[in-house]
Design a protein around this ligand. Structure first.
Ligand SMILES: Nc1ncnc2c1ncn2[C@@H]1O[C@H](COP(=O)(O)OP(=O)(O)OP(=O)(O)O)[C@@H](O)[C@H]1O
Ligand SMILES: [Mg+2]
Length: 246
């Protein structure tokens, strides 16, 4: 592994997939108001794997949710594929997410009455892909994750690591341009975790796609093009893979 280099962010790649500027977000009101994001600027280039690391409570999940348009920031602007997310209507945001984003939540958010394959197929159902085709595509992704024996199981019958793989398959199945992952390997053992990390990072090898991975998992670090460190609601440091600077 080439050790990342602590460096500047002032690089001008051909195209940015995400450009966020001056993002602030507080929770609560009045005396109990807690500022969580305190002015975050972050860019993600097409073809990039960007890792987001930092202590618990530093604002990583909040930032991912703002980028996805799931949570509204108080100030600042997020552009994805040149579109200002906060300027979209509620249905515009939903459609934008359906068409361009995949999200792996820290909590897996699986639907309890659907099988593993049906859960993984949900984004395709929403896109209007016929049911049998959607399930067949979801099953194919699940099989690549070693889940071939669990396709028809309900979430309650799956282990934590199996549920996590269903959540990952659900994010990958629609081949989104931007994949947002919150601790995607926390419940996965060595071999499975390695395979899944490779699948997630392969998304960033595609010139028109990118992936942001929030992680504490040092197994992932070698796959990151850049590692963004968050501390107390701010971007504290950005490490760039040294090989890319040469
Ligand atoms: N809906 C909410 N209401 C109030 N406070 C919140 C809410 N969501 C997050 N917070 C607070 O915002 C801070 C940042 O939370 P966030 O989940 O973004 O941290 P994180 O960096 O993802 O942490 P972890 O590594 O533990 O997942 C925390 O102090 C948390 O308590
Ligand atoms: Mg979090």
């Amino acid at each position: 592994m080439t050790p990342p280099h602590v460096g500047s962010t002032h690089q001008e790649p051909a195209s940015w997939l995400v450009r966020a500027r001056g993002i602030t977000k507080a929770f609560g009101e009045g005396d109990t108001k807690i500022p969580v994001l305190k002015g975050v600027d972050i860019d993600v280039a097409s073809g990039e794997v960007l890792l987001l690391v930092g202590p618990s409570g530093s604002g990583k999940t909040t930032l991912l949710s703002v980028i996805a348009g799931i949570l509204e920031s108080d100030e600042g602007d997020v552009q994805i594929l040149g579109e200002s997310i906060q300027e979209l209507s509620a249905s515009g945001k939903t459609n934008f997410r359906r068409d361009h984003l995949g999200f792996i939540f820290q909590q897996f958010n699986l639907l309890p009455t659907l099988t593993a394959a049906e859960n993984a197929a949900v984004p395709l159902f929403i896109q209007g892909v016929p049911k049998l085709e959607a399930i067949a595509r979801a099953e194919e992704v699940l099989r690549t994750m070693g889940m071939g024996e669990r396709l028809k199981s309900l979430p309650t019958k799956l282990s934590g690591g199996e549920q996590q793989r269903v959540a990952i398959a659900r994010a990958l199945v629609g081949e989104p341009q931007l994949l947002l992952c919150d601790e995607p390997t926390a419940s996965l053992d060595g071999e499975t975790g390695h395979r899944v990390v490779e699948q997630l990072c392969a998304v960033g090898k595609h010139p028109d796609r990118a992936v942001i991975i929030v992680t504490h998992d040092s197994r992932i670090f070698e796959f990151g093009d850049r590692i963004v460190h968050m501390e107390d609601g701010r971007v504290d440091q950005i490490q760039q893979r040294e090989a890319d600077l040469l």
